[in-house]
Write a protein that binds this ligand. Structure first.
Ligand SMILES: [Mg+2]
Length: 592
């Protein structure tokens, strides 16, 4: 049965239920909020939202909704506080869907979640049990996939209104369905063992991310306007130069570009897109702009198109949206959302606005990065793992030359280049080829050589580090034996195609089988490092480009730098030590 809790008597019964729960006995809990929407869509800006109501579901089937700030009859404020106190004190296990969000809501409503919490979103994600659709680990999608429910969409119930204006009957039904489905999902998915990294790492990490999002990062808005104007001019100039130089070639037509660039497309190992045309990505343009087989015209065209693409991407993907997001908060800080379940390997991603893959190697990209800065009187402190994926590869590969070279602290790219007889850029590609599953064609493109030379380099690599291909085979065999890949952080990824008779599907699954444990370990190590940094009093504000970024008062910057470095180095004991470089500075560019 479901009821609206609006009287003192029903509130007392709810408090008694919470008080009577046995140690660790699960109950479902969910909150509803009202507030301004984010510019990117239908999501509420959680940092400015207000708690509108909360729903509970218990294992005997009882569920209820407590209206807190509706336009119609709420439970009296003092009664609401008493219920929230009973929630914080219960010995039962509070099962929520989206712990990071509930952490935000508890701050907005000034209450504490109980000691025992579980998050079905993280539970589904870590076990790779998602339903289909755009949000495979969303509550509705999981309820459809696992519980045979057809839950109503939020939009269907709210019909464009704020939650506080939704009718009592609809609010009761919708909110209690969420709490009930959350509890049932936990019962359906099943608990993980107490020593699973979900408990030690992921659940605490959700709270860490909430703190990080609340802090946000200062963004130099007025300078961003100037830089936008400069980039827009640059984009315009590149286009004009293009039309003067190539009046008959449209820069957006793959076919026409192909004629312009001619020769090297076929030989340089340029990948083709699904439509069969050669890729016109920035990577391809970079390759063609310096390729010896390119014509003078082709090189110039590639350079122009590269410049245009860069100015355009920086403007439309980064500067414009970030500036809008910076205007949402009176302190001018942006508060991007950090998605703990954002990737299938276990790395986190930052969205709304997106901060993924801001180019850092070009002058224009660095100017964008320099807009992220420390608050007055503060410094940024950032730590970077160097070659963490190689260290993880060596850890899995075990004793051999790779491990020895890393233990000796060699520059791995120079070392490999000298051993195999290729340049540094080629050595870097070859170094990571086994992790990312790339082959001789990619290497040939980087070396500007034919594929035979690249093949010989691969052979030389295998003779030098025979432990690596053996580790690759072990990883694939492990997935074949049990059907899924598993990271050090306990994150599972099912790979049914590992036995497919279609070699393309099988090949893709094999690459993921090798890649997942390495990328997953890297993401897991980053999370452990951030938890250690916070415990050492270093408050994280961003995680971008494999860097952990914190912000501290200027006079504490050097201590914080050392503390962050130690937190990262000691995050996990691998067979080779983790190498970390940490810097302090005023902007993100200074600490890169
Ligand atoms: Mg809900």
């Amino acid at each position: 049965m479901s009821e609206l809790v609006v009287t003192a008597a029903s509130a007392r019964q709810l408090r008694e239920r919470l008080g009577n729960l046995a140690e660790g006995e699960p109950f479902g809990f969910d909150t509803e909020a009202s507030g301004p929407l984010l510019p990117s869509g239908k999501m509420i800006n959680v940092h400015r939202s207000e708690l509108t109501g909360m729903s509970f579901a218990f294992s005997d089937g009882y569920a209820c909704y407590v209206p807190v700030a509706h336009a119609w009859g709420n439970l009296a404020y003092s009664e609401v506080r008493a219920v929230l106190e009973a929630l914080g004190d219960t010995r039962g296990r509070c099962v929520v869907h989206g712990l990071k969000h509930e952490d935000h809501m508890s701050r907005r409503g000034s209450y504490a979640l109980p000691a025992h919490v579980m998050c079905t979103l993280l539970l589904s994600w870590i076990q790779d049990r998602g339903g289909g659709g755009k949000k495979p680990h969303g509550l509705k999608s999981l309820a459809r996939a696992h519980l045979g429910e057809e839950p109503q969409d939020f939009e269907h119930v709210s019909r464009g209104r704020q939650w506080r204006d939704v009718d009592p009957a609809d609010a009761l039904q919708y909110a209690t369905d969420d709490a009930k489905n959350t509890l049932r999902l936990f019962q359906h998915l099943g608990d993980v063992p107490a020593d699973h990294p979900l408990y030690a790492t992921e659940l605490p990490f959700a709270r860490l991310l909430a703190n990080m999002e609340r802090r946000g990062v200062r963004f130099h808005t007025s300078e961003a306007f100037e830089l936008s104007a400069t980039l827009a001019t640059r984009r315009q100039q590149t286009m004009e130069e293009w039309w003067w130089t190539f009046p008959d070639v449209s820069p957006s037509s793959g076919q026409q570009l192909q004629r312009l660039f001619g020769g090297p497309w076929g030989t340089a190992g340029v990948p083709r897109t699904k439509t069969g045309l050669y890729s016109t990505s920035a990577a391809t343009m970079g390759l063609l702009s310096t390729h010896p087989d390119s014509t003078e015209e082709g090189r110039r065209g590639a350079r122009l198109r590269l410049e245009y693409q860069e100015a355009n991407t920086l403007l439309s993907t980064y500067l414009a949206p970030i500036s809008i997001f910076a205007s949402l908060h009176a302190d001018g800080r942006i508060r991007p959302e950090a998605l703990q379940h954002g990737t299938r390997t276990g790395r986190i991603s930052m969205t709304s606005p997106t901060l993924m893959n801001i180019p850092v190697r070009t002058e224009m990209g660095r100017q964008v990065m320099s807009l992220f800065m420390a608050a007055h009187g503060c410094k940024l402190v950032a730590g970077d793992f160097s070659q963490v994926e190689l260290a993880i590869l060596a850890h899995y590969a075990g004793p051999g030359r790779l491990m020895t070279a890393l233990l000796e602290g060699r520059d791995m790219h120079d070392f490999l280049g000298a051993q195999v007889g290729i340049n540094r850029a080629g050595a870097k590609t070859l170094q990571y080829a086994h992790i990312y599953g790339s082959g001789p064609r990619k290497l040939a493109a980087v070396l500007h050589s034919d594929v035979d030379i690249a093949r010989r380099a691969f052979d030389a690599y295998r003779r030098l580090f025979p432990e690596v291909p053996r580790a690759v085979q072990r990883a694939i065999q492990a997935v074949r034996d049990r059907g899924y890949a598993r990271t050090l952080g306990g994150k599972v990824r099912h790979l049914p195609d590992i036995d497919s008779s279609d070699w393309r599907l099988r090949g893709a699954a094999e690459r993921i089988a090798v890649n997942t444990p390495i990328q997953g370990a890297s993401g897991y190590i980053t999370k452990l490092a951030m938890l250690r940094a916070e415990a050492a009093g270093v408050p994280c504000i961003l995680q971008v480009h494999d860097s952990i970024v914190a912000e501290v008062p200027a006079r504490e910057a050097e201590d914080a730098r050392v503390a962050l470095q130690e937190a990262m180095r000691g995050a996990m004991m691998l067979r080779v030590p983790l190498r970390v470089e940490a810097k302090t500075g005023d902007t993100l560019v200074d600490v890169k």
